[in-house]
Design a protein around this ligand. Structure first.
Ligand SMILES: CC(C)(COP(=O)(O)OP(=O)(O)OC[C@H]1O[C@@H](n2cnc3c(N)ncnc32)[C@H](O)[C@@H]1OP(=O)(O)O)[C@@H](O)C(=O)NCCC(=O)NCCS
Length: 172
């Protein structure tokens, strides 16, 4: 099989992706790791999409290897800088290894296409897959904010990760 360049499998999200992205976002395996856990309605989802589309500092992206969409990524640039926060989820039924490919592709897009200087991520302390994912992609843990997130039942620590362009290893 031809080896794909994951960075080339990233494209901007379109309105035709709305149903699929909402289904991924509302899936219990994704929702449990989000900072907002309620089930998102299509109305709320549409408002978010239309608002984000007008924000020049926001990039909503789809990871789509072999024309098959399997994940969502968002970069939000901090105003006036080349530093961005990211968020992401793989399709709950995606094949093993898709999450890592999504990460590699998104970082290629961030550093080569958006020319970012730094990508920052935050993970709830119980989100072990995301913590392993960040570490495996070369992110440094830059902080642990204690009891930062309240999920309406209990408080959770939040881990902060950062990856500089100079630390990025495209051939990981
Ligand atoms: C975060 C996320 C994208 C990370 O992806 P991932 O779980 O690393 O996905 P992968 O499919 O690449 O890897 C899954 C596991 O299969 C393993 N794996 C990878 N390729 C494999 C293969 N070919 N065969 C068997 N196992 C494989 C990986 O090593 C990994 O194991 P680990 O969990 O022990 O590290 C994904 O977990 C996700 O979407 N989570 C829900 C949303 C979320 O938490 N978003 C982030 C908020 S901060």
């Amino acid at each position: 099989m031809t080896k794909i360049n994951p960075g080339k499998s990233i494209r901007l999200m379109r309105s035709t992706d709305l149903d699929l992205v909402l289904a991924w976002r509302n899936h219990p395996d994704v929702r449990r790791y989000m900072f907002t856990k309620h089930e998102i309605t299509m109305e709320e989802h549409l408002r978010w999409f239309e608002h984000s589309a007008q924000d020049k500092e926001k990039y909503l992206l789809i990871y789509e290897p072999y024309a098959n969409p399997v994940g969502f990524i968002q970069f939000s640039k901090l105003p006036g800088s080349a530093v961005a926060d990211w968020g992401f989820y793989a399709a709950p039924d995606a094949a093993k290894g898709s999450g890592r490919q999504l990460g590699l592709g998104a970082l290629d897009y961030a550093f080569c296409h958006l020319n970012l200087h730094k990508v920052c991520g935050q993970a709830l302390a119980f989100n072990e897959p995301s913590i392993r994912f960040h570490r495996a992609l070369g992110f440094h843990q830059e902080g642990l904010i204690r009891d930062q997130h309240f999920d309406s039942q209990q408080y959770h620590d939040v881990l902060c990760f950062g990856l500089l362009r100079s630390e990025w290893q495209p051939d990981l």
